[in-house]
Design a protein around this ligand. Structure first.
Ligand SMILES: [Zn+2]
Length: 156
């Protein structure tokens, strides 16, 4: 499990941890609407919270490719790359950060607030990302059958 489809193009130490700037390798992309080969247009930077590394919070600055469909009548016209191995669409956490977060309450009885502190992000950010996994709708390591109490604190 990791971010194998992305390449690190920069790494810097920031006040709040490490920032890894990453992007995907060049590839052909078909338009979601009709399958026409789309044209690479630009990149959009999106910061997602990754699993901590060596005890430090990590952010992935994902330089997502924006694609434009060359078909004039296409209802999609443009779209941004997605990779559900990296992060669910619109999620602010990487998949591995989510799996680490939902694994902790099982193994260490950690609270969501504790996870938030480790990842150094907001409670809502953590909760929005892991809620689909806990509900069994997203990717994740099975059910939470053995969890008696999941510590959720704050205004969620
Ligand atoms: Zn199209």
């Amino acid at each position: 499990m990791g971010l194998a489809s992305l390449h690190v193009i920069g790494l810097k130490r920031a006040r709040r941890g490490l920032v890894a700037t990453m992007r995907s390798a060049p590839a052909l992309m078909g338009c979601r609407s009709g399958g026409v080969v789309a044209d690479a247009h630009s990149r959009v930077e999106v910061d997602v919270v990754d699993a901590p590394a060596m005890g430090r919070p990590v952010r992935v600055r994902w330089r997502m490719r924006r694609w434009v469909c060359p078909e004039p009548a296409c209802p999609v016209s443009s779209f941004v790359e997605q990779d559900e191995d990296v992060a669910a669409p619109r999620s602010r956490l990487t998949v591995r950060a989510c799996l680490g977060a939902v694994g902790q309450p099982r193994t260490e009885h950690a609270s969501v607030n504790g996870i938030r502190r480790q990842l150094r992000c907001g409670l809502r950010t953590v909760w929005d990302a892991i809620r689909p996994i806990l509900a069994g709708r997203g990717r994740g390591p099975g059910s939470f059958d053995r969890v008696a109490i999941l510590g959720v604190h704050g205004h969620v």
